[in-house]
Design a protein around this ligand. Structure first.
Ligand code: PAF
Length: 311
C-alpha cells in the first residue's frame, strides 16, 4: 500500500507495521548489525534445509526494493535484506552525506514485505581499520557509469563481495534499473566463483514510466515532470530499434528528446546487453540513459530484443 505522500517518491507503504518498527530496532534476532552473527543465522537456516534469499540495498526503500523481496519470497523460505549506504561507491561531491537514511521506516517496510532478517552493518564492520583489499572488475565496468563515476564499480563490487560473505544466501536479487551494475556483479560472481545464484528483476516504474529510485525524492515538482524524458527517450529508442534504425540515429534521437526537456545528458546509448560494447546482430541489446535533472542524477535503461542487421 502506498500513502498519498509516498506516491511521488515511489516509497513503499510501511502500513500498520510502522508502529512496530521501534520494537524491531531492539529485536536482535531479526535486526542484525554484526556480520559474523548474520553469517551464523543464514548458515544455520541453510543447514536446516531452508533456502535463503538476499536483497542488498542502501535503504530509502521503495516499491522497487519491495518487488525484490517479493521475488525472493517466491523462490526462498527466508529473506535477508541489507541496508548499508556504502561510502566507497560515492565519488567526491556526490550525495553520500545527504543520501536518505530512514531506518525505522525501512524496517517497517521490510516487516510488511515479509523479510526475516535486516542486516545493518556499521561502516567499520564492512571496512575494518587498515582494510587494503578492493575488488576491481574490468570488462562491463568500463565506460558509462564506470567512466563518469571513477571508482564507483570498485566500491560496488567490493561491498557486494563483502555482503555476500556476510550473508551466504542461495540466491541474491538485484534490480535491472542499474543495468551496468548487474553486469558487473554477474561478472564478479562468475570470475571469483562465488557460490550464489543471481536473479535480476525488472525495473519498477511509476504510472507515467519514471523508474523508481531513492533519488527521485530529491526532485522538485518541475524536475519530476521533466524526469520522464529518460523513459520517453528509451521508448523512442525501442521503437526505432525495432524498426531497424542504426544505433547512431537512435542515439541522436534520444539526445534530441532529452536536450529538449532540459536533461543534461551523461550518455544515451544502445549497446550489447551483456558486454556493453557496440551491439552485435542477433544478440540482446539495451538502451542506456543517464543525465541530470536539476542537480539530481538519474539513470534508466530498456532491454531490446535481438534483431538482425544491428548497425
Ligand atoms: O544497488 C544498490 O543499492 C547498491 O549499489 C548495492 C548493490 C546495494 C551496493 O551498495
Amino acid at each position: 500500500m502506498v500513502t498519498p505522500s509516498e506516491k511521488g517518491s515511489g516509497r513503499a507503504g510501511a502500513g500498520p507495521a510502522a508502529d512496530h518498527a521501534a520494537d524491531r530496532i531492539g529485536d536482535t534476532s531479526r535486526l542484525i548489525h554484526d556480520p559474523v552473527a548474520m553469517q551464523g543465522v543464514v548458515t544455520a537456516a541453510r543447514a536446516a534445509g531452508r533456502r535463503v534469499g538476499f536483497v542488498p540495498t542502501m535503504g530509502a526503500l521503495h516499491r522497487g526494493h519491495v518487488s525484490l523481496v517479493a521475488a525472493a519470497l517466491e523462490d526462498c523460505d527466508d529473506v535477508a535484506v541489507s541496508i548499508f549506504v556504502n561510502p566507497t561507491q560515492f565519488g567526491p561531491g556526490e550525495d553520500f552525506a545527504r543520501y536518505p537514511r530512514p531506518l525505522a521506516a525501512d524496517i517497517a517496510i521490510l516487516d510488511n514485505a515479509g523479510a526475516r532478517w535486516t542486516f545493518v552493518p556499521e561502516g567499520a564492520a564492512i571496512y575494518p581499520a587498515g582494510c587494503a583489499t578492493r575488488v576491481v572488475v574490468d570488462g562491463p565496468a568500463r565506460g558509462f557509469e564506470g567512466e563518469i563515476r571513477p571508482g564507483h564499480f570498485v566500491g560496488v563490487a567490493t561491498v557486494v563481495c563483502r555482503l555476500l560473505h556476510a550473508v551466504p544466501a542461495d540466491v541474491a536479487y538485484f534490480g535491472a534499473k542499474d543495468w551496468q551494475q548487474t553486469r558487473v556483479i554477474e561478472r564478479m560472481v562468475r570470475d571469483l566463483g562465488l557460490p550464489v545464484e543471481l536473479r535480476i528483476c525488472p525495473t519498477v516504474r511509476e504510472p507515467d514510466g519514471l523508474a523508481l529510485s531513492s533519488r527521485n525524492a530529491y526532485l522538485s515538482s518541475d524536475e519530476r515532470g521533466r524526469a520522464t524524458a529518460l523513459v520517453e527517450s528509451l521508448r523512442v529508442a525501442t521503437a526505432m530499434w525495432e524498426a531497424g534504425a542504426a544505433c547512431a540515429v537512435i542515439e541522436a534521437a534520444m539526445r534530441e528528446l532529452l536536450e529538449h526537456r532540459g536533461v543534461v545528458i551523461d550518455y544515451a546509448a544502445v549497446v550489447d546487453a551483456e558486454s556493453l560494447e557496440p551491439p552485435v546482430d542477433a544478440r540482446p541489446a539495451v538502451a542506456l540513459v543517464a543525465g541530470r535533472v536539476g542537480v539530481t542524477r538519474l539513470i534508466d535503461n530498456m532491454p531490446l530484443r535481438p534483431r538482425s542487421g544491428a548497425g
